[in-house]
Write a protein that binds this ligand. Structure first.
Ligand code: GTP
Ligand code: MG
Length: 292
């Protein structure tokens, strides 16, 4: 069976960063294929990840768990035939729950060796009541408390406690037997998704899922904005800072004045990260705005 890891977690929590900083390092001697599913018909993460991995398949628009189910299955088949990967990594959309993906992977003969949920310690307070975010935590067997560099240690411990409570309430159970799907939760604390190799060693294999009934509501909407002229970084920053409060995430690839390469722009909950070079991208400049 093809081992697979699912990376879930709320918008902007650090899923793609984890794939770049951690997963890659621990699978350096293996053929790794990645599937990214994003809200929005224009994928950003796929293009960013392609700088590090060659086998990246983007599943844009819709979401794996509903409209794209058939395409997801097709993509996995395709990737298996084309790349014969030894490990499959799936980054799910920050606006969706992970169960349908886990089920699809299992039904396609992959062993799901870990479902990692990234928790954004810097913004947890602002999204912790969101039901999708809670099901993402409940749907994982490994929680990664990420962005610990941005908060005090006591705050991380508080979040640790809250996350364990949410996990207990939201983890799926077998609807016939009432038995919990996951019996154990591992919690890691890190920044920029740097994790020890043990997380990816398949040490925490999940038993086969038999039956879960779950509401897969998607609460977030997105809008793609094209940027026709190269902007000054300061101007872009000003526009991002002036976004209405209901926009919680913005990302995209844009051309900036005085920058030789297009850059990936990352904005979440009012925080703008340094632009990261995306060499080789020759498409138009765009930003995807995600919010309620
Ligand atoms: N300070 C800090 N920033 C981080 C950390 N991890 C990720 N980031 C930044 O947070 C932003 C979002 O990270 P991504 O990895 O794109 O998050 P994501 O979960 O893939 O986002 P979506 O796919 O849009 O849901 C980027 O600017 C990252 O550089 C961290 O541990 N500390
Ligand atoms: Mg991402």
């Amino acid at each position: 069976m093809l081992p697979a890891f699912v990376i879930t977690g709320f918008l902007g929590g650090g899923k793609t960063t984890l794939l770049l900083n951690s997963a890659r390092e621990h699978f350096s001697n293996k053929r790794v294929a990645i599937i990214v599913n994003e809200l929005g018909e224009v994928g950003v993460d796929g293009k960013v990840l392609r700088n590090a991995y060659s086998e990246v398949l983007e599943l844009p628009e819709g979401c794996i768990c509903c409209s794209l189910h058939a395409e997801f299955e097709k993509a996995i088949e395709e990737i298996r035939v084309k790349y014969e990967p030894e490990v499959l990594l799936v980054e799910t959309s920050g606006g969706a729950v992970p169960f349908p993906v886990i089920l699809s992977l299992q039904s396609l003969g992959c062993s799901v060796d870990g479902v990692l949920c990234l928790v954004d310690c810097a913004n947890f307070e602002r999204y912790k009541e969101d039901s999708t975010a809670r099901y993402q935590i409940g749907g994982s067997n490994i929680v990664v408390l990420n962005k610990t560099d941005l908060v005090a240690e006591e705050r991380v411990s508080e979040i640790d406690r809250e996350v364990r409570e949410i996990w207990n309430l939201y983890r799926p159970v077998n609807s016939f037997t009432g038995e919990a799907f996951y019996t154990k939760l591992r919690v890691y604390r890190t920044s920029y998704g740097r994790l020890p190799a043990e997380v990816f060693s398949g040490a925490y294999t999940i038993p086969e899922l038999k039956s879960i009934a779950i509401d897969h509501a998607h609460t977030h909407k997105h809008k793609v904005v094209s940027l026709l002229e190269p902007l000054d970084y300061e101007e872009l920053e000003r526009r991002l800072r002036n976004l209405p409060d209901n926009i919680i995430r913005a990302k995209g690839i844009v051309r900036l004045k005085h920058y030789p390469f297009p850059v990936a722009i990352n904005y979440s909950f009012g925080y703008i990260d340094n632009p990261v070079e995306v060499s080789g991208y020759d498409g138009p400049s765009f930003l995807v705005l995600i919010g309620n």
